[in-house]
Each structure stands twice: as structure tokens, then as C-alpha cells.
Design a protein around this ligand. Structure first.
Ligand code: DC
Length: 230
């Protein structure tokens, strides 16, 4: 174990709270924050926009390899952490829409798509000072990360949190749909052949079933402080 922490890998299943935690941790440390789920979502959106068949793996991989994706500081304060720019267009909220949600897990199973994203992610991380969030960061993308965290919670707890979050955003969520959709995504993400969702053998697993976001954050800060002292 190294005590100099420069690269942090934060993985976990959908709706485990890793994006909120990752962004907060990056701000706290003065690090760059990269949510790699956004990249897979952007590929899926680009595929849909170009009317490419999501089942046509070769064409989907071509879209991923050519995709022009950029992250910019937030242009407005509507809850976004940054602007996601795809081919010059602000798609920050489009990548969250149900059509993208429906196909992103399938698109993420294609090895060529993963390869293209992994290369970009490694390039971004090469400058250091980063918290990278995803499913395969500790296992595949950054196996030499200084600190690997796997944030877990039961599917029921995650569904409940997602439901409350949508209520809070004045939407009209259906709990049973959220629960079954999370189960569907967990199944695809964790059983795919390439880079499945799983904790790295040297990851610290945080079980957030009985912790709120604040407690999880404090737990992580304690882990980092302890690591620096050793
Ligand atoms: O974290 P998220 O829900 O925004 O991720 C969207 C999808 O992207 C998720 O279903 C799996 C995929 N993904 C992945 O395969 N590998 C990553 N490193 C990040 C996300």
C-alpha cells in the first residue's frame, strides 16, 4: 500500500451514490473528477442520434472511436457538475434520458467500445490528481491506482434512494420499475465477459446500507487520512 494518494478509483453498482461521493471527494482533495459512466452514456446517445442499430456492434464501436466528447465547467446552475459536450452540443441532460438508460448497459458490453473508453480514461488519469468513478476502474482502467474503493449497497436500498431522489426532483417515479431496472442493469454489468462490475482484490469495500451520504464521505476521509499517516 502506498501512502501518497494521487489516483483514486471508485467503483460500484448503479445508484450506489458513487458519483455524488466521487465529486465531493475530488472537491475536498482539489482533484479532477471523472464519471466514466457519462462516457458510456455519451456513446449510447451518439449511437441513437446517428440512427445506428445498437445491436450492430461494429458500427457502435466505430461511433465510440470517432466520438468527440468534451467536459466543460458548468454553464448554468441547474444541478449539473459540468457541461457534457457531444459533437459541440450540450447533452448534459440528454444522456440521462430513458432511451439512453435502456441501451447503455448493452453498449458497454462491447469490447471495442470499452477499449476506446479505457484508452481515453487512462490518458486523462495520466496527469494525476484524479478521482475516477465507474465499474471497472480499480480492476481494469487503473489497476495501479493508489486507493481503490468499492461502494456497495443492496439493490433495494439503492432503488429507495433513487426513488427519493426523483421525488425530490418533482418527478413521478414508479418504485417497482426502478427496482427491476436496477436489477436488470446489475445483471448485465456484472456478468459481461469484458471488465465486469466487481471489486478489485485490493479494493476497500464500503457497505453503505446503513450509512447516509455524510457518513460514507467521512468514512472515506478517515481512510485517506489514516493512509497518509502510515
Ligand atoms: O454509472 P452510470 O449509471 O452512469 O453508468 C452507465 C452505464 O455505463 C452502466 O450501466 C455501465 C456502464 N459503465 C461501464 O460499463 N463502465 C464504467 N467504467 C462506467 C459505466
Amino acid at each position: 500500500m502506498k501512502n501518497e494518494i494521487n489516483i483514486i478509483a471508485l467503483d460500484g453498482p448503479a445508484a450506489s451514490g458513487k458519483s455524488t461521493l466521487g465529486e465531493r471527494l475530488a472537491n475536498y482533495l482539489g482533484f479532477v473528477y471523472l464519471d466514466t459512466g457519462v462516457m458510456y452514456r455519451a456513446v449510447t446517445l451518439a449511437v441513437l442520434k446517428q440512427n445506428v442499430d445498437v445491436e450492430d456492434e461494429t458500427s457502435v464501436v466505430q461511433v465510440a472511436e470517432k466520438m468527440d466528447l468534451d467536459f466543460c465547467p458548468p454553464s448554468c446552475s441547474d444541478g449539473r457538475s459540468n457541461d457534457v459536450i457531444l459533437e459541440g452540443e450540450d447533452v448534459t441532460w440528454q444522456i440521462r434520458k430513458p432511451e439512453v438508460e435502456a441501451y447503455v448497459s448493452l453498449v458497454s458490453t462491447y469490447p471495442g467500445v470499452r477499449n476506446a473508453m479505457t484508452m481515453q480514461q487512462r490518458k486523462i488519469a495520466s496527469k494525476g490528481g484524479i478521482v475516477m468513478v465507474g465499474r471497472d476502474i480499480g480492476t481494469v482502467v487503473l489497476p495501479n491506482a493508489d486507493l481503490k474503493i468499492y461502494l456497495d449497497a443492496s439493490v433495494e436500498v439503492r432503488a429507495e434512494r433513487r426513488y427519493n431522489e426523483l421525488i425530490h426532483r418533482n418527478q413521478n417515479p414508479d418504485f417497482d420499475f426502478i427496482l427491476s431496472d436496477l436489477k436488470r442493469r446489475d445483471e448485465i454489468d456484472s456478468t459481461r465477459t469484458v471488465a465486469p462490475l466487481k471489486p478489485a482484490s485490493d479494493a476497500i469495500i464500503i457497505d453503505s446500507n446503513k450509512m447516509d451520504a455524510e457518513q460514507v464521505f467521512q468514512n472515506l476521509v478517515d481512510i485517506i487520512k489514516t493512509r497518509k499517516l502510515n
